[in-house]
Design a protein around this ligand. Structure first.
Ligand SMILES: Cc1cc2nc3c(=O)[nH]c(=O)nc-3n(C[C@H](O)[C@H](O)[C@H](O)COP(=O)(O)O)c2cc1C
Length: 186
């Protein structure tokens, strides 16, 4: 697939078919992340491929956060269970973390490099018949979520990536053209 076409056709995929994602496919996706530019060759990315138990535990952690907005105790419990089950049933779920350098400048570069890698992954996936959805939020720093992933001290989770065969391809979201956002400076 032509690279510009891949960029223009990429979508965040929210629903997947039941077709499992193989270990080989996940390895291919993660190898694409590792090809991203990274200043000083820090190779800051670390990957956690979550199995059903870990996905359930991560979903429970997220569910507990969502349930805080629900007054009724029974309804709150149902929210936790639903979010946990939804996560458990995903075809594949990855957590991407970065190592935390002492130097804030390097930390920022490493975060940026990880997202360049994530873009590689997002663009390669459709060529393999797969779709991806990057998810973030305060949940990534939640101790229960970190424990579910098994991420050690000295690393920060920067993205959760759901992967699978798209159930449906959403319409593209319209972007403002770069021309509207560009200043040509003499
Ligand atoms: C850094 C980052 C964080 C994101 N976090 C979330 C998220 O927490 N939940 C979510 O539903 N989508 C999340 N997304 C996906 C965006 O909402 C999505 O890219 C955007 O709506 C544009 O849609 P598209 O990717 O299909 O073009 C995230 C994307 C990025 C790049």
């Amino acid at each position: 697939m032509n690279i510009l076409k891949s960029i223009n056709n990429r979508r965040s995929i929210k629903t997947f078919t039941d077709r499992p994602v193989s270990r080989g496919e996940i390895e291919q996706l993660l190898d694409a992340v590792c090809q991203a530019p990274n200043h000083r060759m820090t190779e800051p990315w670390r990957f956690y491929v979550l199995g059903p138990r870990a996905r359930h535990a991560y979903g429970r952690a997220l569910g507990h956060r969502k349930a805080k907005r629900v007054d009724d105790a029974e309804a709150a419990r149902a929210v936790v269970e639903k979010v946990a089950e939804t996560h458990e049933s995903l075809p594949a779920m990855l957590a991407v973390s970065v190592t935390l350098d002492e130097n804030p400048e390097i930390r920022e570069e490493d975060f940026a490099a990880a997202y360049m890698g994530l873009q590689n992954l997002s663009l390669v996936a459709p060529s393999m018949g797969l779709g991806t959805h990057i998810k973030t939020g305060a949940i990534m720093d939640d101790p229960a979520a970190r424990a579910a992933v098994g991420v050690p001290e000295g690393e920060r989770i920067v993205a959760i990536v759901n992967v699978g065969v798209p159930d449906e391809l959403p319409d593209g979201k319209v972007r403002r053209p770069a021309g509207e956002l560009t200043t040509w400076v003499e």
